[in-house]
Design a protein around this ligand. Structure first.
Ligand SMILES: *Cc1c(COP(=O)(O)O)cnc(C)c1O
Length: 395
């Protein structure tokens, strides 16, 4: 690839860290001073603070969001012989977590407007073995808590939230992580609340689940050198917890920055609806925390998603695709027996979605620049861009 100038990056993590750099350095130095690198004071401080901020009781820090799902399901006694419903259009870690817990994943399709799990589809796959449903609060928007709780009540299921993209999101009066028996979070650096490396947490209102999780992340030990189950080594580093503890108070502001940016995108992209540029629907008002701002490039657009993405790259605008291949079509999981056509909405979205630059500190003029670039490329009445012959042949 030839060297290109990046005018609008997809994310920029330096901005938020610059702002609180001294604070972060002091917190890191305090851990160095104390030397409690594993299961130290800063970890329990952060666990308590994050659980409280999310409106629930217990937090158990682990090494990643993936571990929070895999071990968290085990902590909820979900495993061998149990079926767990999850959306096909999620990051693959949701599925990996279910498989690692030993449960049987049952994938379902999504709502094409919101990209969130389709609960009507979920109702059709219930069996006597269905134990839980994993709503993935995708892109920062919660699955409706009211609908979820009704659903779980009707079918007597556990709700295990994948809230890896939804720190402090709200909907129907609930905060992400406070709806179900437990919820998994990730602190991967680019998440809304990100560490300086990998990290994750399980939140739960249930003391038994919390205690089992505390054992599972620490070799299954109920006390030192006394092992009541076969656990693993998966702890959130004290250093990472110290960083996250410092960042947590800024999260509401960062989330509202994201919301403001999204509202500007919504407004400025609205005229492009007739050109086939349709933002993923926000049905949760100001509770959406916009981990990602995602548009669909639909059938009516003069360009396909890939061509739009290439033209934006050429214009110095970085974008992403979350995610290009739904879980059921990933080569690793063909053994689950799913096929092309099983989840038409998820498959269609995978071909049409494009994530635009989104991070706290993205300026209003940068948003304008992104929208203007899209408009230039997709507007039928603008003859500044003619699709390449290759692109025309492809279609
Ligand atoms: C990031 C993410 C995960 C996994 O978290 P890691 O910390 O990367 O292991 C799981 N589910 C979703 C929806 C995610 O976005």
């Amino acid at each position: 690839m030839n060297k290109m100038i990046i005018k609008v990056p997809f994310v920029d993590l330096k901005l938020q860290h610059q702002y609180i750099q001294t604070q972060l350095q002091q917190a890191i130095e305090a851990v160095l001073e104390k030397g409690d690198f594993i299961l130290g004071q800063a970890l329990s401080d952060f666990e308590t603070a994050f659980a409280a901020a999310s409106g629930t009781k217990y937090g158990v820090g682990v090494a990643s969001g993936t571990d929070a799902i895999a071990l968290g399901l085990q902590a909820c006694n979900i495993g061998i012989g149990d079926e767990v419903i999850l959306p096909a259009n999620t990051f693959v870690a949701t599925l990996i977590g279910v498989l690692r817990a030993g449960a049987k994943p049952i994938l379902v399709d999504c709502d094409p407007q919101t990209a969130l799990i389709d609960l009507e589809a979920a109702a059709k796959v219930i069996t006597p073995n269905t134990k839980a449903i994993i709503p993935v609060h995708l892109y920062g928007q919660m699955v409706s808590s009211r609908q979820l709780l009704d659903f779980a009540d009707t079918y007597k299921l556990l709700i295990f939230e994948d809230a890896a993209q939804a720190h402090l999101a709200t909907r129907d009066g609930y905060c992400a992580g406070s709806v179900g028996i437990a919820a998994a979070f990730s602190f991967y650096p680019s998440k809304n609340l990100g560490a300086f490396g990998d990290g994750g947490m399980l939140l739960t209102p249930d003391p038994d689940v919390a205690q089992k999780m505390v054992r599972l992340r620490n070799y299954g030990a109920s006390q030192k050198y006394f092992h009541t189950e076969s656990g693993t080594n998966s702890r959130l580093d004290t250093l990472q917890a110290a960083v996250l503890y410092q960042k947590l108070p800024y999260l509401p502001q960062w989330n509202s920055d994201r919301l403001k940016i999204a509202q500007q995108y919504d407004l400025e992209l609205a005229p492009l609806a007739t050109a086939g540029i349709i933002p993923i629907d926000n049905q949760s008002d100001t509770g959406h925390v916009y981990h990602l701002y995602v548009i669909k490039v639909d059938e009516t657009c003069v360009l396909e998603r890939q061509e739009l993405q290439e033209q934006l790259t050429a214009a110095g605008i970085q974008t992403g695709i979350h995610y290009p291949i739904p879980c059921h079509l990933q080569p690793a999981f063909t053994y689950l027996g799913y096929q092309v056509g099983d989840f038409p909405q998820a498959e269609k979205l995978a071909k049409q979605i494009l994530s635009l630059p989104m991070y706290p500190g993205l300026s209003s003029s940068q948003v304008k620049e992104v929208v203007a670039a899209i408009a230039r490329v997709v507007s039928m009445d603008s003859h500044s861009q003619i699709p390449s012959p290759a692109a025309i042949i492809q279609r």
